[in-house]
Design a protein around this ligand. Structure first.
Ligand code: GLU
Length: 378
């Protein structure tokens, strides 16, 4: 069958594939530990569920405005000083926001610079817009602005940053981001900032967004998600904050692609914002404890940096691989023998590494690493 080049040249998501795979293993009666999918294990807060159910019962079950409910867009706009509802587009997860952004700003032949390792969907989404992802090595926790600058060509359209970072757990500093902001202003580039993990910055650190630079706001596009901070992964709701022209282009594309995000789900998202302040300190404390436990156990087995944010550990397993063995094969072996799922580094452009999500209960973290330890011993 002749499918489009677009469809045949991209790979399916190598993180999302674990979602059905984990369910299938459980269905088969396997006792699996999911260090693979980045999904908080705690239940969606009751207040959010109730607000969603209430909205549904009250008849908020019809089409809504494509870019989202005005009250939700207004509420989100308050997080972006100087912005208004016009800058906000509500999307099916921040994944769709990113997809729409590339569709809105890239033409075939354009390039988007992405520090690597990076989340699996960035390069594929750039390709889906006909553009070319240009990967710039950025292993470790620091963002090398010099390397990003060296990758700029006349075809560069945008630079993409992701802090807190998936998969490395890095949180970029103000100085690191300032250099990228300056570069984008000098070279007239869009600066995309994926901030899906903005709520997860540990050790009293502060999340810095390129949006904080007021002079750069006409080129900064931020994406954020309800999935991770509110355990709303299945609701599929995220958003972009973008210059008005970009937001309108995204809305136009969305109006043909899917239309508005599920109406009653957006009411759940409104409720999430209402309880955010009471929810977050507890969430951060819990995740920070998990980070400490996971890092303590992982660093006994592998070479890895202490995550500064998000909920991933990115471990160098090259010293543990047999000759010729890939991280992919290693992960398959661990899953098969122990039931612990991890995502191989190849998925993020970093062979010889594995990504371990510690958004799971503390005792499961301990159990998972114990199983990996035994696997390595054997
Ligand atoms: N973003 C999460 C992850 O990286 C969920 C799966 C996906 O959408 O990629 O594991």
């Amino acid at each position: 069958m002749n499918l489009s080049k677009r469809a045949t040249q991209i790979e399916p998501s190598r993180t999302a594939r674990f979602i059905p795979a984990m369910a299938e293993l459980r269905r088969q009666g396997r006792e699996v530990i999911n260090f693979a999918v980045g999904e908080p294990d705690f239940p969606t807060p009751r207040r959010i569920i109730e607000a969603t159910q209430k909205a549904m019962a009250e008849g908020h079950t019809r089409y809504g405005p494509t870019a989202g409910l005005p009250e939700l867009r207004r509420c989100i706009a308050r997080r972006f000083a100087g912005g208004s509802a016009e800058n906000i587009v509500i999307t099916n997860g921040s994944k769709q926001a990113l997809y729409l952004i590339f569709q809105a700003i890239c033409d075939p032949g354009d390039q988007v610079i992405i520090p690597s390792p990076c989340w699996v969907s960035f390069p594929e989404q750039v390709r889906l817009a006909g553009a070319e992802p240009v990967m710039v090595a950025s292993l470790g926790h620091r963002l090398d602005a010099g390397a990003v600058a060296a990758a700029v060509t006349p075809r560069t359209r945008a630079v993409l940053v992701n802090s807190p970072n998936n998969p490395t757990g890095a949180v970029y500093t103000e100085d690191e981001l300032a250099a990228i902001v300056a570069l984008c202003m000098e070279k007239d580039l869009f600066l995309l900032s994926d901030e899906a993990y903005d709520a997860f910055v540990y050790d009293g650190g502060r999340h810095v967004s390129p949006f904080d630079w007021t002079g750069a706001r006409d080129r900064v596009i931020v994406t954020r998600s309800f999935s991770k901070p509110f355990a709303m992964t299945g609701f599929r709701v995220g958003y972009a904050a973008a210059p008005v022209e970009v937001a309108r282009a995204m809305e136009k594309i969305l109006s043909h692609a899917s239309g508005n995000v599920c109406t009653f789900v957006q009411h759940g998202a409104l409720a999430a914002l209402e309880i955010e302040e009471t929810l977050m300190p507890n969430l951060l404390a819990r995740m920070s404890r998990r980070r400490d436990i996971a890092y303590g156990l992982a660093s006994n087995l592998f070479d890895c940096l202490r995550p500064e944010g998000a909920f991933y550990l990115f471990a160098d397993i090259s010293g543990r691989l047999k000759t010729g063995e890939t991280a992919e094969a290693f992960c398959m072996g661990v899953l098969d023998k122990t039931g612990v799922a991890m995502v191989p580094g190849e998925a993020f452009g970093a062979p010889g590494f594995v990504r371990i999500s510690y958004a799971v209960a503390e005792d499961r973290i301990g159990d998972g690493f114990e199983r990996i330890r035994k696997f390595l011993q054997d």
